[in-house]
Design a protein around this ligand. Sequence first.
Ligand code: GTP
Ligand code: SPV
Ligand code: MN
Length: 619
Amino acid sequence: MTATDVTALTLHRAPRTATPSVVAWVERIAELTEPDAIHWCDGSQSERQQLLDGMVASGTLTQLNPELRPGSYLARSNPDDVARVESRTFVCPADEADAGPTNNWVEPAQMRETMRDVFAGSMRGRTMYVVPFAMGPVGSPLARYGVQVTDSPYVVASTGIMTRMGSAALARISENTPWVPAVHSVGAPLATDEADVAWPCNPTKYIVHFPETREIWSYGSSYGGNAILAKKAFALRIASTLSRSEGWMAAHMLLLKVTDAKGTVSHVAAAFPSACGKTNFAMMTPSVAGMKVETIGDDIAWLAPNSQGQLRAINPEAGFFGVAPGTSVDTNPIAIETLTHDTIFTNVALTDEGDVWWEGLTQETPAHLIDWRGADWTPESTTPAAHPNSRFAVSAAQCPTIADDWEAPEGVVVDAIIFGGRRASNIPLVAQARDWKHGVYIGATLASERTAAAEGTLGELRRDPFAMLPFAGLNMADHWQHWLDLGATLAATATPPPIFQVNWFRKGAEGTFLWPGFSENSRVLEWILARAHGEVPADASPFGSVPRDGQIDYEAAGIDRGAWGELFALDGDSLRAEARDTANYIDSMGPRVPEALHVEHHLMQDRLANVRRRSSGVS
Ligand code: GTP
Ligand code: SPV
Ligand code: MN
């Protein structure tokens, strides 16, 4: 098909509501990528079913047993396409300093040329889908809009779950609406009569952001954040620069609603790095009597101060793309219930009954499975049945604990902010920052052990400031300044929400987790809210305020006094060594690091100067 034919097809097929700038852009991308056909997605149920049926026919999806898992499908990716590829993710502002030390940068004109080269003819033999979407409730003042073109029906179906996708979003985009253009190709053009593979992709991958023009170009991968561009690429990387110029904040945070036994309602936003417990915390079944936790979001929050000095938040997404392994009726019964129907699973194992399985789902391991690579698997196998980064994509609306205010157009008021990571040592179970600036220091210096959510060495400790290391589309030091500025904006009219640090992953001498986690995290949440509402005193520690003896019923959580003490133990030498590393780390973020963070670091060092080895929480 020639470029002219494609243009005619586009014009013919473009819905009347499509604004001319969107149509013109679609035509330009079609001329570059040369698809065989163009389909403008309306987001309807029938369109969705057609896509799913087509993918079953082509072998991309396996339909699960409709009696066990109605409306649900399994995708097996190419083994080289199983997680985000941070090494192939680029942030390309005109000035390298605006990308900062944490991002891969290429001069934008050069990167544009590379994009033109790799995308040229990249959709030959395929259909290009035009996928309009809203991030946030359609019509909300906090919502933003985008259009992704992609040659992957799997990405269309996933985006249909993860965003408000289709005609309503497209109708919102007028010539006066800023919208984010996102171009995606699997990078596997098909020659005439060439048979397709189940998971087309390309060994060469690019996930590219041009923050100044708010553009995204992604090539070669169909996995998660690499390809569902509304999610990390837009709602975090592009949004982190957009929000800085507009005075709000894009955060890698879950959002939840808590109602305590007295009926008091609070909302909490919490940032944990990838695969460190956001989905679990957002869907928690509290062990604290009378406490109710409801879900608003499990991965991304957009935060905005309002004129009364409140911090308002929305979940810009409409679905959950969650880690499967470890999810069970014991750890996350709400997720298990959410996943009973209409779910797309990727890289989990298939049972002989046509249902899904993953490590940790059941205590008993099935005698036979088809593993995530499509090979026979038995308990004797030495490789995992499900890939460690295998995931489910499911609509948030079908979560049994979805909060009634999850789509409130004005967002919910944030009463407390939490930062946490996976830390075997040094970091206490919970501590309250002394003030906003100290909280920003905690967020900025956050570290965590590396998980399977990205490529790299598992378990290696790395800094993950604000859980945004892979998701900041700007100079990290500017992001830190933006957090300080947000606090100042809030403080001009009201008291900003308190900031806390948590660590569910501290290990004892035997190398096992000291804290049971999951439901028992509600005990920590209860203390956090009591502090946020000014109800209880606390003890002082170098990390800020920590619980007083008796405030958290750790025995009810199933641990003894010894373990409780270890959760707050301070090892002076180890903490000072970490603080020296922190100083180097802060310096490595370059000349734009806010002076306030250097000051906070010195204050922390002073507090650590005389720590020997003692335990807090235990006398
Ligand atoms: P992303 O989607 O990658 O951003 O991850 P996430 O932060 O939502 O992580 P998720 O809740 O999916 O948890 C990832 C893994 O951590 C799962 O295997 C969980 O079982 C495990 N996990 C979650 N919460 C806890 C906890 O409180 N304690 C322990 N020990 N493990 C936990
Ligand atoms: C993460 O890695 O933080 C995720 C999964 O939420 S992905 O969408 O692939 O980025
Ligand atoms: Mn995430």
